[in-house]
Design a protein around this ligand. Structure first.
Ligand code: GDP
Length: 526
């Protein structure tokens, strides 16, 4: 096999989806610990420490400065190269979080065993579903008292509408947590709490009938045997095809903080998760093993390193090979660009790379010409699809302090919203400027950058808007009627598309019921 194919097939590009505090950061550290971390886990901790800082800009700069390097983490395990794309959570939750999911081939869902399926997970799962992204599940914190495992699987199946296939099964929980049974290897991995970077392998007992099990577990051994019989009868068997189709999730149990269950997870990931997949462009489907380079930008991040006040565009390679110094075609603006200094994320410092393969992420220096959703090729006119805008859930009216700066404000907002972390809406009924975001920190970031980069001071007012939907209709007459009747709730987004701004979920629902011919869409293609 050619070197190119070998490199391509051993890549796994993924993201973690979870609700805050389920253990994403901890699990990330452990994955980097078990996998030969090409990037050090320390930087994840560094980021975590900075996370609870106030929204004071200098702190934010530090925090986000670090996160440029932790945005993509590469590590190796079982001859497989993993690209883990960070999905910003907590305060820095934003559209980037959603859009990152459009750049992965699979996802890892982390669930807190005491809490089950939580709200953020539901939302992230909806985004994964847009592309039927395969999902592996890790149920975390088994060292604490949690809910019954069978109940958790039921909940995942019911709320997330995906089949669960348990791969391991926990033996007890909390104080009685003894380890996991591996359903397919018929082996018991005993729990051995080990914090920090020390990895202590617990004893492995082969076979559920092994008398050694009774010696160690006592009464819990028979309990386990009965439970497993039940589980085997009542749950789905793992089926790789169904998993790859995004219809079934293999489930692992463990405790990230104790390094327990992580290795099994990683092994299964290497064996089953998909390598870089083909991808739909407007013109055609592109296969990852095509010789010519193509890729798309899924996120733009202000570069907070004061020495380089530019922005970094994160490009996912979809086909071909990136070689340092190569010429790329920036499709939207129709220009050739020479890329001499793309950055990679293979070390704890930013280094320039020589080459990169499908599934890898490279960072392009951007001085304002690159937008989220842009496609780069080696000459072909190609536009990748599936990098949408998502309907914001938070809205603020922008109030200018100095009315003479209105022009600068417009320009600043236009450019900042093109980066994609916030969206701009102009109501049809007045001259308001309404900013929408999915994470609250983005408002502060925008206000700060308006001041520092455009010398515009503004504050925010609340507006009675809770969600937005892009509006469309095949019948122009119906649409006109809708525009007249719903005039007060309609706005144009930054690209001139019509948007319905709803004051509440109920309002949205009633409007949808009243106008069955109108399409209300929660995403809009870039
Ligand atoms: P994130 O917000 O999803 O990134 O979650 P963190 O990784 O920061 O974890 C949230 C909290 O749960 C932290 O206090 C962790 O120490 C704790 N935690 C993570 N994994 C485990 C686990 O396996 N067991 C227990 N008991 N606590 C855990």
């Amino acid at each position: 096999m050619s070197e190119f194919l070998t490199e391509l097939r051993r890549r796994r590009t993924f993201a973690i989806i979870s609700h805050p505090d389920a253990g994403k950061t901890t699990l990330t550290e452990k994955l980097l610990l078990f996998g030969g971390a090409i990037q050090l886990a320390g930087s994840v901790k560094g980021r975590k420490a900075a996370r609870h800082a106030t929204s004071d800009w200098m702190e934010m700069e530090k925090q986000r400065g670090i996160s440029v390097t932790t945005s993509v983490m590469q590590f190796e395990h079982k001859d497989t190269i993993f690209n883990l794309l960070d999905t910003p959570g907590h305060e820095d939750f934003s559209e980037d979080t959603y859009r990152t999911l459009t750049a992965v081939d699979s996802a890892l869902m982390v669930i807190d065993s005491a809490k089950g399926v939580e709200e953020r997970t539901i939302k992230l799962m909806e985004v994964c579903r847009l592309r039927d992204t395969p999902i592996l599940t890790f149920i975390n914190k088994l060292d604490r008292e949690g809910r019954e495992p069978i109940e958790l699987l039921d909940e995942i199946e019911r709320i997330l509408s995906i089949q669960c296939a348990p791969m391991t099964w926990p033996i007890g929980m909390g104080k009685r947590f003894k380890g996991v049974y591996q359903l397919y290897a018929d082996a018991i991995q005993l729990f051995n709490p080990s914090h920090g970077d020390r990895v202590v392998e617990g004893e492995v007992i082969q076979g559920l009938d092994n008398p050694r099990l009774d010696e160690i577990l006592g009464d819990q051994a028979d309990e386990l045997r009965m439970e497993i019989e039940l589980v085997r009868g009542a749950s789905h068997e793992f089926d790789k095809k169904t998993y790859l189709a995004g219809k079934q999730t293999p489930v692992f149990f463990g405790s990230a903080i104790n390094n327990f269950g992580v290795l099994e997870l990683l092994d299964a990931f290497a064996d089953n998760a998909p390598p870089p997949q083909s991808r739909q462009a407007r013109e055609r489907v592109v296969e990852p093993d095509e010789e010519k380079f193509t890729g798309f930008v899924f996120k733009i991040q202000a570069n907070m390193d004061p020495a380089h006040r530019d922005r970094i565009a994160f490009l996912r390679i979809c086909s071909g090979k990136y070689v340092k110094g190569m010429r790329m075609h920036h499709v939207r603006i129709g220009k050739a660009v020479q890329i001499a200094n793309a950055i990679t994320f293979q070390a704890d410092t930013r280094t320039n790379i020589e080459e990169a393969y499908p599934g890898d992420i490279i960072g392009l220096h951007n001085h304002g010409t690159i937008q989220v959703g842009d496609t780069f090729s080696q000459g072909e006119t190609l536009k990748y699809e599936g990098v949408p805008y998502f309907a914001p859930e938070l809205f603020r009216r922008v109030v200018l302090k100095d009315p003479l700066r209105a022009k600068a404000l417009q320009k600043g907002l236009q450019q900042l919203t093109e980066e994609g972390a916030t969206q701009l809406f102009r109501p049809l009924k007045n001259n308001d400027l309404i900013l929408g975001a999915v994470g609250v920190l983005q408002f502060d970031v925008t206000a700060f950058r308006l001041k520092s980069e455009y010398n515009v001071e503004c504050v925010y007012d609340n507006v009675p808007v809770t969600t937005a939907r892009w509006v469309g209709c095949d019948d122009p007459k119906k649409l006109e009627e809708f525009k007249r009747k719903a005039f007060d709730n309609l706005a144009e987004d930054g690209s001139g598309y019509l948007v319905y701004l709803a004051s509440s979920r109920v309002n949205l629902q009633l409007t949808q019921e009243r106008w069955p011919d109108i399409r209300f869409s929660a995403t809009r293609e870039l």
